[in-house]
Design a protein around this ligand. Structure first.
Ligand SMILES: Cc1ncc(COP(=O)(O)O)c(C=O)c1O
Length: 312
């Protein structure tokens, strides 16, 4: 298909793309659902599974779509804390009860950039009852450097109650196109498909995603770029005495010594055309999340932060 064929509707279920994804990861096409971003699939999970007496476990802070999807169906959100900037598996295990319907787990997590390790994931999975859905949101998985990152594609082969979500927004750089997908058991995929809107992914987005999957070189370059940017920012944050959480993603959570300072720093950067994410209103007092950008962007954010610190 080409851009000039956009007077046609898209494939209603992104069939060609879904087949490609299935082949890539060694599954059947009926084990894949494609969405307009992972966000769309998180909504499908809520529509397909949640009812108003259900409890949904959501670590906090994490991705904002989980509370939104939970509220959409009037389900009850049970927040669990992080521990040392990492999702606390014990807090999740303790929060599971007979009303629990699902657990959302971003691995790596946003906004901390940290991962749950293989052994922690194994420990969690053995404690999640079969009637509880475990949603493993791996939007940033292609960026992970750690060797201790669990292989969710193996997990879903063994567990029918686990869904893996992947995004084309991050490592493939297609955020504006809106493509994400879920891989799970046939049964889970059938449930999601029941609530999926037809034509949810545009024709252009499907084509872009198919082309992107054929370009593994791009991911390699993304990873190289990220590693350079990450190392540069770590070095500069250390020099400027800015606390940061080591990341497995394309953003770094910095934490200032006061929340008021983080807010002022956010404004200072914004006034200079640099958009960061202030996290004080999302469970991280003093938190400012900085995205790793291109070399000149990284240099510019450091220069502005240095100026801010010298004036405050
Ligand atoms: C953990 C996590 N999941 C999903 C998303 C959304 O991804 P998508 O663009 O695929 O909807 C984000 C974006 O910030 C995220 O941080």
């Amino acid at each position: 298909a080409h851009a000039d064929e956009c007077y046609f509707y898209p494939e209603p279920a992104s069939t060609i793309l879904a087949r490609k994804i299935a082949e890539r990861y060694g599954f059947d096409a009926n084990q894949v659902v494609v969405g307009a971003g992972t966000t769309d699939i998180i909504e499908m999970v809520a529509l397909a599974y949640f009812e108003d007496d259900d409890k949904v476990i959501v670590p906090h802070p994490s991705f904002i779509m989980y509370p939104i999807a939970t509220a959409l169906m009037d389900a009850e959100m049970v927040r669990t804390p992080l521990k040392n900037w990492v999702v606390d598996v014990d807090a999740i295990i303790d929060a599971i009860d007979s009303d629990t319907k699902a657990i959302f787990l971003a691995n790596p997590n946003n906004p901390t950039g940290t991962i749950i390790t293989t052994s922690e994931m194994d420990r969690l999975i053995t404690k999640v009852p079969e009637n509880v859905l475990l949603v493993l949101d791996e939007a940033y998985s292609d960026m992970v450097e750690s060797d201790d990152y669990p292989d969710s594609m193996t997990i879903i082969q063994e567990r029918k109650n686990v869904i893996t979500l992947r995004s084309m927004s991050k490592s493939y750089g297609l955020a504006g196109m809106r493509v994400g997908f879920a891989v799970a058991s046939e049964e889970v995929v059938a449930n999601l498909t029941r609530v999926k809107k037809p034509f949810n992914v545009t024709r252009l987005a499907q084509e872009a995603a198919i082309a992107a999957l054929d370009d593994p070189e791009f991911i390699k370059k993304t990873r190289e770029y990220l590693a350079k940017g990450r190392n540069y920012l770590y070095k500069e944050f250390k020099r400027l005495n800015i606390f940061y959480v080591p990341t497995e993603t394309n953003f770094i959570l910095t934490v200032m010594d006061s929340d008021e300072k983080a807010k002022r720093c956010y404004d200072y950067l914004m006034n200079r055309g640099i958009i960061t994410r202030y996290m004080g209103n999302w469970g991280v007092s003093g938190g400012l999340r900085i995205t790793i950008g291109l070399k000149w962007q990284n240099e510019r954010v450091i220069k502005a932060m240095e100026e801010f610190l010298s004036r405050s």
